[in-house]
Design a protein around this ligand. Sequence first.
Ligand code: G3H
Ligand code: 13P
Ligand code: ZN
Length: 334
Amino acid sequence: MSIVPLKQILDEAIKGDYGVGAYNVNNMEQIQGIMRAAKETKSPVILQASRGAIIYTNMVYIKYLAAAAVEESPEIPMVLHLDHGNSLQTCKQAIALGFTSVMIDGSLKEDSKTPTTFDENVEVTKSVVEYAHSLGVTVEGELGTLGGIEDGVGSGQVKLTNPDEAVRFIKLTGVDALALAIGTSHGAYKFKAKPTLAMDIISAVAAKVPATPLVMHGSSSVPHELIEIINAYGGKLEKTMGVPIESIQQAIKRGIRKINVDTDGRLAMTGAIRKYLADNPSEFDPRGYFGAAREAVYQSVRGKMIDFGTAGHAGDYKPATLEEYKKIYAGGLK
Ligand code: G3H
Ligand code: 13P
Ligand code: ZN
């Protein structure tokens, strides 16, 4: 059994100076592709489910799909994390399902669109920290807002994180990890040209709170090859650019430890399914195209595990339980 609190995986990543991808999941094939990559590269892994994913899987399926991953890969430290929780209530629901980590995105109001004030963000984040820590569960917060808007998450306005506010936010709320806004956005349409991200913000925060792992959302690289496959087989995606791997590697060097990736998995699956169906027009067994999609997710995530430096670290430490972290939080040790 090695479903662990996110705090353990990220604190270990600080010690080993590497990053860990947090991959959004909604179905069995995504989870299998990611877990195969984790096993083969011996990587700790973060599976994250959005509110949309929890609704799509009717809650109970995400719970048991994650349990299946744990049973099949006991040697892999794995986290089940709520992505962009919008209220204490949503976080409580995820924790009741067995999530070992939650994000409370207090940078936006409960509608996940309207930006909040600093004080409103502190208030909701503190309430989640108090509840989650009493159960040993990790909390990720967010300060600043990402650009872009995808699937109802995001205000469309960019507000880069102010490093001094970030340090104050961490101290006031007790969050275990903090997502910074450094110029990335969710989805496939991030940039028209190679981006310049606000890397100094990472360094400024990490210099003041080196023990707090930092998080980067909107980290898909949107590889040209995947866009080309989709368009070659009937898709219509515009030319676009994501976050280059080198930028993610620089961000890791400066203190980013959790790297959120959803879009690249979506692109990989869509391209594989389009290609499979075009190449096999008489095929109607879903295992054919879902199998191809699973393989594409595996390929994509395997590369990231190597590029982020996660590979090889699964066996570095003994997996911890929520009970152990409950005691740590109760003792005031962070
Ligand atoms: O942050 C947004 C993630 O990409 C999740 O997207 O709400 O469509 O599952 P979703
Ligand atoms: P991408 O859309 O870049 O994959 O970002 C996903 C994300 O940040 C989920 O929280
Ligand atoms: Zn996000």
